[in-house]
Write a protein that binds this ligand. Sequence first.
Ligand code: SF4
Ligand SMILES: [Zn+2]
Length: 389
Amino acid sequence: MSILHASSKIAGIAWNVTRLINRSLPEGQLPTPVWSQTPLKKKRERASPPLGARVTQSVCPKCLLEARDGVLRGTQSADSLTESLAKIDAEIVEEAGRVLLRKSCDRHGPFEDTLATDSRFFWKMESLYPGCDFERAEVAAHGIHSVRYGRGSYVLVDLTTRCNMKCNPCFMDANQLGHVYELSLEEIKSLLDQAASVEPKREFNILFSGGEPTLSPHFLPAVSYAQSIGLNRLHVATNGIRFAESPAFAEAARAAGLHGVFLQIDGMTEEKNAHRGVSNYLDVKLKAIDNISAAGMRVTLQVTVINTVNNDAVGSIVQFAAENSEKVFGVLFQPIMFAGRAVSNQSRPSAFLQKISGAETPRCWSRNWVFHLPCRPDEFASGWPARSQ
Ligand code: SF4
Ligand SMILES: [Zn+2]
């Protein structure tokens, strides 16, 4: 019996034992974990946001762009982006096996987006949502509701708008903004202090991002500080260049307390990475993966899927992850974000979840291993591949 098979059996038995204990305990008598001040709740005691076909809230994409332009021109305040100005009601409906989001703006007319091309898979994802517990009223306005409900989250700390690349697309418009915005160490510490004050901190991750966060002179001190105040799941989202250039940099990041690296990658050939404008970019990625791994960290491959660019490269990335699981922790697929240097004809790859579960992917991958992040049951999915042998 392989180690993987044995671990899988042990995990299955442990899970069933836990469920038996859970069933036998009366409500209100589950244990209080070290990260919480109150006991765990049974699933039926937890609240849940509305799921399934429903009326929800969305934004008018045109009103939002107008608001953003107004902020950039200085004719309206940044608060207007989070006020109700662009918010409109939307309907989530199932039609012909797809899940659609329909909305209409009084000024700009109707919009329709495809949330999923496989409705059964989408509803299954929603059904896995664990529910809300540990409500914290003081973080109610945060937006990502998992922080409010103690379900864990990624706190994004954008260290800088600088970058050592000029990709197209780039959601941050890094390197071409005409100005640099970079947090001082005091500002970073203040953000981290606020993050550390949130309780409970189950699955609580800090993700340093940018631009290219490793270019910030405060990157390593920020990681060290975060660890010193008890934030110990620390990650960086990076293009990997600094990690590829210098094994010593990877070692310093690990020594500072970095836990893992989200590495941008678009495919397993130079051609699939070519839109980033670097001729040997795949080589850089592979070197970065080696250096990060040698320093004792693991990599999550972070793939921005763009129709017509790399939506046909998804299978080979999963294959690579499966074959290199001692270095690669997982794969995170994300659709393109229409911000910065993304243009609307680079449409969202609505079918990419089918690709990662279809004929293009290796047999060791199953879409049963794809699940949403705890912050939004209807918007995020991530998956961890495992070797079958
Ligand atoms: S996409 Fe990432 S790596 Fe590319 S320019 Fe933007 S911030 Fe830099
Ligand atoms: Zn509008």
